[in-house]
Design a protein around this ligand. Sequence first.
Ligand SMILES: NC(=O)c1ccc[n+]([C@@H]2O[C@H](COP(=O)([O-])OP(=O)(O)OC[C@H]3O[C@@H](n4cnc5c(N)ncnc54)[C@H](O)[C@@H]3O)[C@@H](O)[C@H]2O)c1
Length: 455
Amino acid sequence: MKNILCIGAGYVGGPTMAVIAKMCPDYEVNIVDINEDRIQRWQSDDLPIYEPGLKSIVRETLNKNLFFSTDIAGNIKKADIIFVSVNTPTKTFGIGAGKAADLQYWEKTARQILEYSDSDKIVVEKSTLPVRTAQAMERILNSGDEGIHFEVLSNPEFLAEGTAIKDLLNPDRVLIGGHGTETGRKAVAELVKIYTHWVDSERVLTANLWSSELSKLVANAFLAQRISSINSVSAICDATEADVSEVSRAIGMDSRIGKKFLQASVGFGGSCFKKDILNLVYLCDHYGLHDVANYWEQVVLMNQYQKTRFVARMIATMFNTVVDKRIAILGFAFKADTGDTRESPAIDICHQLLDEHACLTVSDPQALDNAKRDLADYQDLVTFEVDPYLATENSHALAILTEWEEYINLDYNRIYASMVKPAFIFDGRNILDHDQLFTIGFNVYPIGKPPLTHI
Ligand SMILES: NC(=O)c1ccc[n+]([C@@H]2O[C@H](COP(=O)([O-])OP(=O)(O)OC[C@H]3O[C@@H](n4cnc5c(N)ncnc54)[C@H](O)[C@@H]3O)[C@@H](O)[C@H]2O)c1
């Protein structure tokens, strides 16, 4: 039985390996992490991350061919294939701070692999990395004198949080980058063999290492660019009384454009989009491509603009002051169906409202623990409440910041009755029935659509 190891039991490592274990019963899959608590939770009923469909797959495979452990050395020794899925956040210090990828966890892992290996291994980059990181990895791994051969592959992960299991079971494509040498081709074939257990071989693409690394950054840059583009259009709509949903529909039916990722909102979040674009920007600057860097940086700047624009509109609408006003924040996760709040637009929006001395009640079905950590600096001004009816009671306004389905079907008559009048709704995801809310009595402010107001 071939032995797979994944280093890093996070949002990518956990679900990816659980799906490999399920679809490849002929492989033993081990996952290690330095975080003991995470490893314990993966083996309990209280998984460390929320993803629809994840729990049943972990239950089905746990301790059959899927194992979690903190024994990094022992598991490296017995592995044939090592996926590295550690975090690669934006650097917060030194050269490249605020843009470049912080590769310290990545490099430590490479050194651990070198230290504990006593046989040949295939090492797979699963983390998102700057182009040519595989070369640095190879240099570290080949610095030993044990005569062990390490073949480095790039296999970026394209799953989206909230639909991770669906994406993993039925991926649009799997991308595997490797060297064109004999050992490189053999290693690529080993990885292809794993994925073709359940993915059609036409969807398993192979490429050179650098194309593969770059494709992941570019995929995220293109996705985020669409969100920033439609959000920039929402600002034009707000100025002109055009309706961004109508514009999205009209342009999305053009088959060259397509309709996905054309939903105006408070902006994109998540641990990846901003980090990966900035990583691309840094890379462009590094190669002297400053015009290209500036082009991509605009995607991030537009995202920031959209959040600030949303808050400015809330304040202007509520008579230019939110001091001591209770505002209910419905949704704190960066998107629906996840508890993840990393880079969630809700964080910036709440900070800006709190700086204006508003009092917030934050509600979210999955993300309140993370929200408490994200807003820890403002303890006195924020309360947290799972129940959206209690969260909105006695509030002057409510703002929808995550597109949770359950917010569409709330009893807004009941919510309106319990709120301070005039009552405001700021729909930062354009998911509610605005006409109905207006009929109930709310003053309704969608994004990129004319507001419906009684005042
Ligand atoms: N989250 C996503 O949706 C997503 C999607 C595609 C790609 N990615 C990329 O995948 C990578 C991982 O992302 P994530 O969201 O799973 O991160 P994460 O922070 O959830 O998980 C990373 C894990 O690695 C562990 N770790 C760090 N250093 C280690 C070491 N030396 N040994 C063992 N474990 C170590 C951490 O403790 C953590 O549990 C990143 O590069 C990210 O850009 C993420």
